[in-house]
Design a protein around this ligand. Structure first.
Ligand code: AMP
Length: 191
């Protein structure tokens, strides 16, 4: 299996690149942000609880997202591999993912990090907020809070995977196709 974590701060382009990667490598895409928004839009209790965190730009509790990813993987046992987008976001999530993949007799193949500076991210997210309909893309305070959560809780994951020689950074500013090619260069070496 090819199991990729597409890593990077909010607005780095993980969703955009995931859409292209999943077609080329025939992978299943798991975006915990998309799954949480689907729950919220369906008005489930989980969705309503999650929305209190999402609207403040805070991370949703680990147990909630880990449970969702477990269910998604159990529903896709025929997958050739997964792209994890927006997950894991804490060390506890990374450890839980490792153990879920072990149960699948597989492991994380590679972690590719899209590198984009904070000012560019804020500009991109405010622009996306004009069309995405996402409340958390519309306030600069919420966006900056999401970035703080990323620095405090998510960035340590980079070292977690670097220590396993699985993390590679990719320049995340430039043409979409050019960034996609840089990602493919890494993936082609291991697939
Ligand atoms: P995203 O669409 O990935 O930017 O996620 C939007 C929001 O959903 C985040 O700001 C968090 O509030 C929540 N969220 C998404 N994925 C996770 C995760 N893996 N752990 C905790 N919260 C998450």
């Amino acid at each position: 299996m090819l199991n990729l974590i597409l890593f990077g701060p909010p607005g780095a382009g993980k969703g955009t690149q995931s859409e292209k990667i999943l077609v080329k490598y025939n992978l299943k895409h798991i975006s915990t942000g998309d799954l949480l928004r689907a729950e919220r839009n369906a008005g489930t209790e989980l969705g309503n609880q999650a929305n209190e965190f999402i609207s403040k730009g805070e991370l949703v509790p680990d147990a909630v997202v880990i449970g969702m990813v477990k269910n998604f993987m159990a529903d896709n046992t025929d997958a050739k591999g997964f792209i994890f987008d927006g997950f894991p976001r804490t060390i506890a999530q990374a450890e839980a993912l490792d153990s879920m993949l072990t149960d699948f007799n597989t492991e994380i193949s590679i972690v590719l990090g899209l590198e984009v500076n904070e000012d560019e991210l804020v500009t991109r997210l405010l622009l996306r907020g004009q069309t995405s309909g996402r409340a958390d893309d519309q306030s600069e305070d919420t966006i900056r809070n999401r970035f703080q959560e990323y620095l405090n809780k998510t960035l340590p994951i980079q070292n977690y995977y670097s220590a396993k020689n699985k993390y590679f950074g990719v320049e995340g500013i430039g043409e979409i196709d050019q960034i996609f090619e840089s990602l493919c260069d890494h993936l082609d070496k291991i697939s």
